[in-house]
Write a protein that binds this ligand. Structure first.
Ligand code: GLU
Length: 593
């Protein structure tokens, strides 16, 4: 039994889903990756060191969701100074990318074909992001944080249910390229729960990075293999699907350290991810719209899960997602009117569109330009249903430093391309851009989310920090494409309006709408999702005109939305707690003295 496995058993025996500690806590979607983070905390590492170890371990044990072939946003909160930063390691378009590359004949490529081609692969940022965070705020060497992942890759681990399910339901992605199939479908047979998975190529790669540093990846042999893989991978698009990334793109990759987007909700403060993610801005916009309604007040017909509460949530989501589709992209390439979208007068006008007893017609994006003279009005761009994967974890260390990290290779299995000989998957993040360019010089449309060289595609990822009276009290986030925003929103409302604990807030059923047209998705299929949205409540929503819930008298709330991991610092006692999501194999480990 290897060290990670021993750790895991020890921790699982000693730890319920919810754990309290004056010391460090990790909350991760996968137990072996949680154990990797706990081991680093036990060795005296801080939250940033542990986050590095968790990410590398996730690359091994939850490879379908994130890894060094992808990108992400790491929120870092420093206890000593009270500062919060975001490490933006979002993938970037290569220099040779062009606005029309996903629509070479003027028609958008089919998503499945585009997203499994080399063309979809953005320049990966995860390793540079981790190295940057460790250099600034960590206490350990990169190599030490890689050690648990190297053991897991070299000696292997048991495939859990979620990995097995994702291999079985892979949308064809583990079958397209021979290297990916050889790892996850050896001899043509998909790995099943309980199978033992050893990844020698990945172990070799992680060891190379441990001994030579990130330049082995961005400038050395791994860089050459990445470039070849995305240029030569078999693609149903033929030549049009050939990747455009060069060695220069990898060598030039830079992370950005961003200040948080700050918002306030009913006396609490939130620090969220700014563009290129829509995560922080759209979550804050929905909260500010909902602040116009007394969501916590059951006496007025609100309260958790009442038809009135769910109705105004749906309407606020529809309004904010209409704005998101038009206004948000990579702020460095086309300025986003961030302050205007959160201007109280603008929001009051938007909130006035919500009627409490009737569904509004499909809302258009608002016009925040009167509150931001420099804003130009882009046209709505085509949006697609975004994928439901990725992963999120949260860590607090004994000093009270916190990390909340959403990390991805975009779709589950990313592009499906494993770098030959190196054992890791490449992302398909560039398909988060508009497929059809929307820029129009004639009317000043900047094409907020059109492809451009070096640009970052718009994201939904929303690692969040919640503060009360200037003190950080919780860090959380979720995977789930555009539904990320709504998972983070549901949890925030549950904490603030409905007075739930973090674990209750995570367990409670969620509701999500990601398009202005307003198809409602809601949860209830699993016993722990309490309190349930009753059929009578769903019927009341149907009567108001809401779509997506199925027939009257039936239970239309059967979805699973997101996977929230969180850490909490109790403001009264200073105790550290973690909470994890049973929608995957969420695991909390406390590291006590
Ligand atoms: N590409 C997605 C985004 O950045 C990743 C998140 C997800 O699909 O869960 O929003």
């Amino acid at each position: 039994m290897n060290r990670i496995a021993r750790w895991l058993i020890l921790c699982l025996l000693s730890s319920p889903v919810l754990a309290a500690s004056p010391d460090g806590v990790v909350a991760v979607s996968q137990p072996a990756a949680a154990a990797a983070g706990a081991r680093i905390l036990a060795q005296g590492g801080n939250a940033i060191d542990a986050a590095a170890a968790v990410q590398f371990a996730l690359n091994v044990v939850e490879p379908q969701s994130s890894g060094i072939g992808g990108g992400g946003f790491m929120l870092v909160h420093l206890a000593k100074t009270g500062e919060t930063f975001f490490v933006d390691s979002r993938e970037r378009a290569p220099a040779a990318a062009s606005a029309g590359m996903f629509a070479p004949d003027g028609l958008p490529m089919e998503f499945q074909k585009a997203s499994t081609s080399g063309l979809a692969v953005g320049v990966p940022g995860t390793l540079r992001g981790i190295d940057t965070a460790l250099t600034r705020w960590g206490t350990m060497k990169l190599a030490a944080t890689l050690a648990p992942a190297i053991e897991l890759a070299e000696h292997g681990f048991r495939v859990n249910r979620f990995l097995a399910v994702d291999i079985a339901n892979d949308d064809g992605r583990t079958q397209l390229q021979p290297e990916t199939a050889a790892t996850f479908r050896p001899g043509g047979v998909p790995l099943a729960e309980g199978d033992w998975l050893v990844q020698p190529d990945l172990a070799k790669t992680l060891k190379l990075i441990a001994s030579k540093g990130p330049d082995a990846f961005y400038r050395g042999p791994i860089a050459r293999a990445i470039v070849q893989a995305q240029q030569r991978a078999r693609s149903e698009l033929g030549e049009a699907g050939r990747g455009r990334m060069t060695l220069a793109d990898l060598a030039q990759y830079r992370v950005a350290i961003r200040p948080p987007l700050i918002g306030h909700y009913r006396g609490w403060t939130l620090a969220g991810m700014p563009p290129p993610s829509s995560g922080g801005l759209t979550t804050l916009e929905i909260l500010k719209l909902l602040e116009h309604f007394p969501l916590g007040d059951a006496a007025q017909g609100y309260g958790f899960g009442s038809p009135k509460t769910l109705h105004v949530m749906i309407e606020a989501m529809r309004l904010a997602f209409a704005d998101r589709a038009v206004w948000i992209g990579d702020d460095e390439a086309a300025p986003v009117p961030q302050r205007a979208l959160l201007n109280p007068e603008y929001l009051a006008a938007r909130a006035a569109l919500i009627e409490t007893d009737r569904r509004m017609d499909t809302p258009q994006a608002g016009d925040p330009t009167p509150w931001d003279a420099s804003a130009v009005r882009p046209k709505p761009s085509r949006t697609r249903e975004e994928s439901l994967h990725t992963t999120h974890f949260a860590i607090v260390d004994r000093w009270g430093n916190m990390v909340s990290y959403t990390t991805t290779i975009e779709y589950t299995w990313g592009s499906g391309i494993t770098v030959p000989g190196y054992g890791f998957l490449l992302n398909n993040e560039l398909t988060d851009f508009n497929f059809l360019p929307s820029a129009d010089a004639a009317d000043g449309n900047p094409g907020a989310n059109d492809v451009a060289p070096y640009k970052r595609p718009r994201s939904s990822m929303a690692p969040m920090l919640l503060l009360k009276n200037g003190q950080a009290v919780a860090a959380y986030g979720s995977p789930g494409g555009a539904t990320i925003i709504n998972s983070v929103l549901n949890v925030t409302l549950n904490l603030i309006d409905h007075g739930m604990t973090m674990q209750q807030a995570i367990d409670a059923p969620r509701l999500s709408v990601t398009q202005a047209t307003g198809k409602v998705s809601c949860e209830g299929g699993q016993a722990f999702m309490q309190p349930h949205f009753s059929i009578a409540t769903q019927d009341a929503l149907r009567e108001m005109g809401h779509a997506g819930l199925g027939d009257a008298g039936t239970d239309g709330c059967q979805d699973a939305i997101g996977s929230v991991q969180a850490v909490v610092i109790d403001p009264a006692t200073g105790a550290h707690r973690g909470a994890a999501d049973r929608r995957r194999e969420g695991t909390v480990i406390r590291v006590g003295q």
